[in-house]
Design a protein around this ligand. Structure first.
Ligand code: AMP
Length: 210
C-alpha cells in the first residue's frame, strides 16, 4: 500500500500514521521529522532548512521531494505523513509513484491551536503527548523511551500562526488534485483519537480490497 495523510498542524497525522504503519506493515515517512533530524546534525543543508522551519515556512519543494523520493525507493510500501503540502509536491509525487489512498484529517484552527499549545514531544524518539489530553505517566518523561519531553520550536504561538496561514493557502489545491483522482478520503480529526483511527482504518481496508 502507498498511503498519504494530509491535514493542518496538530490534526493527528503523526499519531494515525504511526499506528497505520504498525498495523499494515508500512514505513512511516515523516518529512517533518527527517528535516528536523537534518537541522540537529547541523549540516549546511540543515542550516538552510532551519531558516524555513523556524519561521513556520515550507522548505523548498525540491529539497523535501528529493528526501522523500530517496526514502520511497528504499521503502515502496509507505505512509507519507505531511507530504505533499503543495500542488507542486503532489505533482512530483504523482510522476514518481501512484498513491492508493489519501486521507485528509480535518480540524478547525481553534482546535489545532489548543492542541499545539499543550503538545510536547520526546526529544529522542519524537513520540507526541499533550499536557491535558494525552499526558505521559511521569511528567516531562517519555513513556516509550524515557527521553525528555520538550515543546517543538515551531509550536510557539507566533510560528503556529504562520504555519496555519501557509497551510490554508497551499493545502486546498492538493486536496482538489486528489479529489479529482477519486482517491481522497476526508475524516473529521476532531473526534476522539480511537474513533478517528477506526474511520481511517476502515478507509484503508476498503481500499485494500479494491
Ligand atoms: P511537521 O512535522 O509535518 O509539522 O513539519 C514541520 C515543519 O517542517 C513544517 O512547518 C515545514 O517547515 C517543514 N515541512 C514538513 N513537511 C514539509 C513539506 N512537505 N514541504 C515543505 N516543508 C515541510
Amino acid at each position: 500500500m502507498k498511503l498519504v495523510i494530509v491535514g493542518p498542524p496538530a490534526s493527528g497525522k503523526g499519531t494515525v500514521a504511526s499506528k497505520l504503519a504498525k498495523e499494515f506493515g508500512l514505513t512511516h515517512i515523516s518529512p517533518g521529522e527527517m528535516l528536523r533530524e537534518e537541522v540537529i546534525k547541523k549540516t549546511s543543508l540543515g542550516e538552510e532548512i532551519d531558516k524555513y522551519i523556524s519561521k513556520g515556512r515550507l522548505v523548498p519543494d525540491h529539497i523535501v521531494s528529493d528526501m522523500v523520493k530517496l526514502k520511497i525507493r528504499e521503502h515502496p510500501n509507505f505512509i507519507l505523513d505531511g507530504f505533499p503540502r503543495t500542488l507542486e509536491q503532489a505533482k512530483i509525487l504523482d510522476d514518481f509513484v501512484k498513491v492508493d489512498l489519501v486521507i485528509f484529517l480535518e480540524i478547525s484552527e481553534e482546535t489545532a491551536v489548543e492542541r499545539i499549545s499543550g503538545r510536547r514531544i520526546c526529544e529522542k524518539c519524537e513520540a507526541s503527548y499533550h499536557v491535558k489530553y494525552l499526558p505521559p505517566k511521569k511528567s516531562g518523561v517519555c513513556d516509550r523511551c524515557g527521553g525528555r519531553l520538550i515543546q517543538r520550536e515551531d509550536d510557539r504561538p507566533e510560528v503556529v500562526k504562520k504555519r496555519f496561514e501557509i497551510y490554508q493557502k497551499e493545502n486546498s489545491p492538493v486536496v482538489d488534485f486528489y479529489k479529482k483522482k477519486g482517491i481522497l478520503k476526508e475524516i473529521d480529526g476532531s473526534r476522539k483519537p480511537e474513533e478517528v483511527y477506526a474511520l481511517v482504518k476502515e478507509a484503508v481496508k476498503a481500499r485494500e480490497n479494491v
